[in-house]
Design a protein around this ligand. Sequence first.
Ligand SMILES: [Zn+2]
Length: 185
Amino acid sequence: MTDPNSAPRNLESAGENPSLVEWLRECLDQDELLAKEAGRVRGELTGAHWHWEDNGSDEPLSVDFGLEYLNFDDSSSWARSVSLRSVEEVPTTSVGPLPEFIIHGEDEMKSVHAAHIVAWDPARVLAEIAAKRELLDLHRATARSNSRGRRECITCFETETPCRTLLILAQPYRSRPGFRKEWWR
Ligand SMILES: [Zn+2]
């Protein structure tokens, strides 16, 4: 497993001077690897959706933002144990289909944290990465250089690459190793 905050492996070992697009694709590759590993269900499926369940009833829980904690409701003064599980299940030979348990038993889970974790489950992260890759393809460089010896974005008319769309896509990754300030012009 590669630490997303470490330098992109391929570029580092090659001793290259990567373009913004190459560096950004490495960042996305690292995020994808992490999301796929975290999104495994019983070692088989990847990219799982996550939800919270009541450990007593095994029923899914929806987050009520009117309540500070996921574990309490107005009908009970007792905290209930909740777990974060994959929505997807995989058959087992012993006890039937089972989800992946990401957090086994939590008795003090704030509603906002519970909702955020579910909103950014592996399935969502992988969908975000796929969308960003499509944007990278859409804003790739022309095959030929212009009169200034620079290549232009195939989508942004007469704009040298990296175009503003690529720079905006790179923003969330600026703290990752390998980002170069000169890309941001
Ligand atoms: Zn563009």
